[in-house]
Design a protein around this ligand. Sequence first.
Ligand SMILES: [Zn+2]
Length: 286
Amino acid sequence: MAVLKGLLLARASMVARGLCSSSSTVSSGFELRSAPSFASKQLPLQRSPTGRNYQWVFLGCPGVGKGTYASRLSNLIGVPHIATGDLVRDELASSGPLSSQLAEIVNQGKLVSDEIIIDLLAKRLEAGEAKGETGFILDGFPRTVRQAEILEGVTDIDLVVNLKLREEALLAKCLGRRICSQCGGNYNIASIDIKGENGQPGMYMAPLLPPPQCASKLITRSDDTEEVVKERLRVYDELTKPVEEFYRLRGKLLEFDLPGGIPESWPKLLQALNLGDNDDKRSAAA
Ligand SMILES: [Zn+2]
């Protein structure tokens, strides 16, 4: 990982200047760049020939719960969960060099540029490497094909998990999000109970209710209105759907339809990832 940060930044600048196309790669001698595997049925849990740790990406619409599943899996397999949303929030809260520039972008409701995201990600990977971290689960990155191309040029992604949830459940979940104004805890008051019909199974997702001390302090984020949520989903479709295709073509995409809430979905996700029954009972109870 010693050169990952430099490569990431160099690759970003080459793509920005049109110096490399999606099909070219940076010739780096980087040990992580091994031949990609196209044996998609065998994809989950393949480690590289060098035996390095898992390098996974989580994709999914806003509100699908990818942060929750990525975080649980990172604990289970012992790699860091790196969420670019957290990197942006941390930078905003700090007095770092990018914070005022970021505040302006975020306050105007604009998307943070690839350059800034890559800069933050490179710094995070470098800091992790200094602590001896290996592998990662990326959450929120890549969110555009350009970002996927940049990432592809510097390291091998073993597996891309695409989490999917039925649209009616997704919208209800987004609108049910609440935050405790005191401790910042995340909750969800939506109780989803869709009846099965026309051969489609029903779906139940329990609300994630706050403990009593938070219950009277819940607030709704100002950007969790129906209008804004629908716009976020539209932007996701436009920018990030093509990222699914990018990885599908490379044989790395694992599609996973969430069958319900965490109790139903977690064991099935572990199964899909070949992560064994013993692990899943222990972790589902955690
Ligand atoms: Zn609270």
